[in-house]
Design a protein around this ligand. Structure first.
Ligand code: HEC
Length: 487
């Protein structure tokens, strides 16, 4: 559009100058200077490149195809217009950034700076000025009071509601709590021994769909193993029976293979579907090229098992030689959010991208979500990971975030307490410390609204059986109930 406009403008100018010249010629016959202007403009026109083109041709090779992902970086030399101008013109030779003084005119450099600044703006819309001064928040359609249910939990990773309305909460450090009706925190004993390092520890919690009758609970966590070559860890799921405030009959029903030396990308959300199958997300464990596209490993997948850990006969890869039979979908990076849409029964996950490119995906049987072959982000160090954002046989996300928001727990709004939000999706943002309200129509995102800006790292969000939304925030670990305020 801009390009078309500039071309029209240049043609118009050429026309103007030509007429102008003609008028002069009548008066004074020879005006070589005018002829020179025409020649110069024609030459500029021929060499005219947009900043997009210049970025693609001169910068993308090192900084990545996606300029706005490049803009989402930790700046070493500042990101004011002057800083950018200097960096491009003079370069930082000893860091590997060439100077472009001889390749570009100052105007071309300025255009490039403007182009990059638009990418930075895309990032800076998350620099909330808002500080949290009151517990009343006006959103576009509702006024919400944040009611503090409990505080003093380290990193509340997962929440689950008991049939009597009480809540169980996991703390990533390894503790389990019951939150009573009188808002007292009671320790629950007998949970798994966890490797509480890096992103690992005690992670999600889920009730058996028939908990009322069998008191079964499921925990995902980082399970450790000592070997000759070092201490390894993996994502595991324990099932146990709750008796009062203690767990009994603990049994590991899922153990992701292979174990890894790393302490990140465990995935670990748990969710039952309407048929009583348990879904588990397992992250790529940092083994980008070894796990997600490899059906012989559990990493970078969504898994589907029966409530006792056995494999459903209709899982997609049960007959594929060598494939892990629990795999339901693959090509995932690190899914820390998963929820069944109660209206449709479909399973939704969100996952962390690299720098840029966090995604929401609608998980379907046997489908490949593309990591790391397609992706909307770039590497943390700014290097290119893949130029491709789409490929045949690979699924596109329902939504991707540039910059990364660090999505975590998510929930569909149900019931009638929040009429204007009903059916919409809530996603916690760890990085930008807000709750994202995502409006979805026919599996397409039509709108996003940022709620409770600067509230803290939102780790989990769930609908309670009382019809209220509950939100778990880190540091200090707090659980809020969202109470709509009239008027
Ligand atoms: C040969 C590879 C290469 C090319 C080509 C290149 N850069 Fe760089 N650039 C680097 C490296 C390496 C750095 C050092 C900082 C880092 O670690 O990314 C850098 C740094 C920068 C910085 C400073 C970043 C900061 O953190 O302060 C800017 C701005 C920048 N480049 C813009 C550009 C633009 C615009 C272009 C295209 C005209 C470009 N670069 C082309 C490799 C390259």
């Amino acid at each position: 559009m801009l390009k078309a406009f500039s071309i029209v403008f240049v043609f118009a100018s050429l026309g103007f100058i030509a007429n102008h010249q003609f008028a002069h010629q009548e008066k004074s016959k020879t005006r070589p200077a005018d002829q020179m202007i025409v020649t110069k403009i024609a030459a500029d026109f021929a060499s005219m490149a947009t900043p997009e083109d210049n970025y693609k041709n001169y910068c993308a090779g090192c900084h990545g195809e996606k300029m706005d992902a490049f803009a989402d970086r930790k700046w070493k030399h500042g990101n004011s217009e002057l800083d950018l101008f200097k960096a491009i013109k003079l370069g930082y030779a000893d860091e590997g950034m060439p100077g472009f003084d001889s390749a570009f005119t100052d105007d071309e450099i300025k255009d490039l700076v403007d182009y990059i600044v638009t990418g930075i703006k895309n990032v800076s819309r998350y620099n909330f000025k808002d500080s949290v001064r009151s517990n009343i928040f006006k959103t576009e359609s509702l006024t919400i009071r944040l009611d503090t249910v409990v505080s003093g939990i380290g990193i509340p990773w997962g929440m689950a509601f008991l049939p009597n309305g009480e809540m169980l909460v996991t703390d990533r450090g390894g503790k389990i709590f019951r939150v009573t009706k009188s808002r007292e925190l009671q320790p629950v004993t007998g949970g798994p021994q966890v490797v509480a390092q890096g992103q690992g520890g005690l992670l999600d919690i889920e009730l058996h769909p028939d908990f009322k009758n069998n008191q079964l609970l499921y925990f995902s966590y980082s399970l450790g193993k000592k070997t000759d070559t070092g201490d390894l860890a993996t994502t595991a799921v324990m099932r146990a029976r709750l008796n009062g405030n203690s767990l009994e009959q603990q049994q590991n029903i899922f153990e992701a293979l292979p174990y890894s030396k790393t302490r990140h990308h465990y995935g670990s959300r748990l969710e039952f579907d309407k048929s009583g199958f348990l879904y588990i997300t397992v992250g790529d464990r940092g083994n980008t090229f070894g796990n997600p596209q490899n059906l012989k490993s559990h990493g970078g997948k969504t898994h589907r098992i029966k409530d006792d850990g056995s494999i459903p006969a209709d899982n997609p890869f049960v007959n594929t030689p060598g494939a892990m039979p629990s795999i339901y979908s693959y090509g995932h990076r690190n899914a820390q959010g998963m929820v069944m849409n109660p209206a449709t029964g479909a399973m939704w996950v969100n996952e962390h991208g690299p720098r840029g490119g966090d995604e929401i995906n609608l998980v379907q049987k046997a489908k490949n979500y593309g990591w790391p072959l397609i992706c909307y982000g770039i590497n943390y160090d700014g290097t290119v990971l893949t130029e491709k954002t789409a490929a045949p046989g690979m699924e596109q996300p329902v939504l991707y975030w540039l910059p990364s928001i660090g999505p975590s727990g998510m929930a569909f709004v149900t019931g009638d307490r929040y009429k204007s939000w009903k059916g919409q999706l809530l996603v916690g943002s760890l990085r930008f410390k807000y709750l994202d309200l995502v409006t979805i129509k026919n599996n397409k995102v039509v709108k996003e609204e940022m709620l409770f800006k600067n509230i803290g790292r939102v780790r989990d969000v769930r609908m309670g059986p009382d019809g209220y939304i509950y939100m778990a925030v880190e540091n200090p670990g707090t659980i809020f109930r969202l109470v709509p305020v009239k008027g």
